[in-house]
Design a protein around this ligand. Structure first.
Ligand code: NI
Length: 154
């Protein structure tokens, strides 16, 4: 595994729409492993492939240091299929270091995605996991959480 460079806010790669992953091969597995290591090295809870300069629909999430939920989660070609409720809380992004803002998200989210071998599955998350899923999936369409901030937090 290797730590990759995280692209920061003004990098235009973060504004692009990512491509559907079609090859569930060693190259994808290395990318996912590197993304996980990179995320952990920065104490992040989620990272999307464009944040390391790769325009593919792949996301890693791990909120287990903060909540009871989860462990290592990989979402390939994710699609949010159901949302409910609402939560408002602090959100940040490894591509926007040091900036936190209040963002309202659904409290519960069900996502359909493929695993690293291409097998489809569904996952439902609440609270921070739901927030992380929404945040990371948006990266794949070139959006940053800053678009949703209602109030910046000092
Ligand atoms: Ni982010």
């Amino acid at each position: 595994m290797a730590i990759r460079e995280i692209r920061l806010k003004d990098d235009e790669i973060l504004t692009k729409k990512c491509k559907v992953v079609k090859n569930f091969d060693e190259k994808l597995h290395i990318l996912l492993d590197d993304m996980y290591e990179t995320m952990k090295s920065k104490d992040g809870v989620g990272l999307a492939a464009p944040q390391v300069g790769i325009l593919k629909r792949a996301v890693v999430i791990d909120v287990s240091d903060v909540t009871e939920e989860g462990g290592r989660i990989e979402l390939i070609n994710p699609e949010i299929v159901e949302t409910s409720g609402e939560q408002t809380g602090s959100e940040g992004c490894l591509s926007v270091p040091g900036v936190f803002g209040e963002v309202t998200r659904p409290n519960k989210v069900t996502v359909k995605a493929q695993d690293r071998n291409g097998k489809w599955f569904k996952l439902t998350g609440e609270g921070l996991l739901a927030r992380a899923i929404c945040h990371e999936v948006e990266h794949l369409d070139g959006h940053l959480f800053l678009e949703h901030v209602t109030k910046f937090i000092d």
